[in-house]
Write a protein that binds this ligand. Sequence first.
Ligand code: NCD
Ligand code: ZN
Length: 350
Amino acid sequence: MPTNRIEITRPDDWHVHLRDSQILASVVEHTARRFARAIVMPNLNPPVTTVAQAMDYRKRILACVPAGLQFDPLMTLYLTQETSPADIRQAKASDGVVAVKLYPHGATTHSDAGVSDFRSIYHVLEAMEREDLPLLVHGEVTDPRVDVFDREKVFIDRHLIPLREQFPGLRIVLEHITTQDAVHFVQSSEHNLAATITAHHLLLNRNALFDGGIRPHHYCAPVLKRELHRQTLIAAATGGDPRFFLGTDSAPHPREAKQAACGCAGIFTAHAAIELYAEVFEHAGHLDRLEAFASFHGPDFYGFARNRGRLVLERRSWTVPEALPLGESVCIPLRAGQPVAWSLAALDER
Ligand code: NCD
Ligand code: ZN
């Protein structure tokens, strides 16, 4: 008999894009209904580069959380060529900034301020290692000579392996991993290196980009990979290894920004995030391991207490709306117009 109810410790999202202003106001409820905490990405335009900016942004987020929901946004700084060791010390001393995000210049949405010369930021990484402030990495090279589907693997070989040798004590999260190469790299690393895995990379392979025609709402960075990689990600996520944990990378864009001649990267999943992961774990025969992946491994890695609240899902299929409000526009969510097998039942926030 399949189970019809899943009760877990309230989960956290260790990688989400909440944006700002009206878009923030449209999306934050989806995340706050499901997750007690979320690591909020700093790739606003302009990026969040100082503790003061991060704390202001945190206030704007909290102002948009509907009354009655408990949600703690964990803030990050955007690492640029100008970031200094003093910024790192200030972040560590702050009550709210918990990590620093490294975007290679040009790798993804709003990454123009990202780093183009990794050696030139080594003094900042040294400060992070000393202060024990985790580095979150968008692990893709941007070298146009490298095939788009190989950019994660080449990043690991070219940049991450040397960086690890230089800073063995630096805690690193390789964000939204998409390949077997990344899974093997994490598995062969020390335990101060971990990775987040999105629901969409667990649910879709690259065929979803060209399903009867080009599918801009399945386009994200890093791009979806072939089935072999998806299977390896599923095995990693559902395998119980504490170095893999939940990070949705939910990344809303207005419909017109994606349905364009040069469409933006980003898939919106916040509206059904934990429900979609539940489908993956059930299909893999490991529903019993959803809680550790979603609610234990992340806080254990970051050194935070696990949540005390509970979250209940019940087997009740619902249809995702064709579009969701996004500021003055709309966003096309993952599974638009199609069913999701699990529904949120109750939330005991404690
Ligand atoms: C993200 C976004 O839209 O901000 N897009 C994406 O495809 N994942 C940026 C990112 O995390 O790469
Ligand atoms: Zn992201």
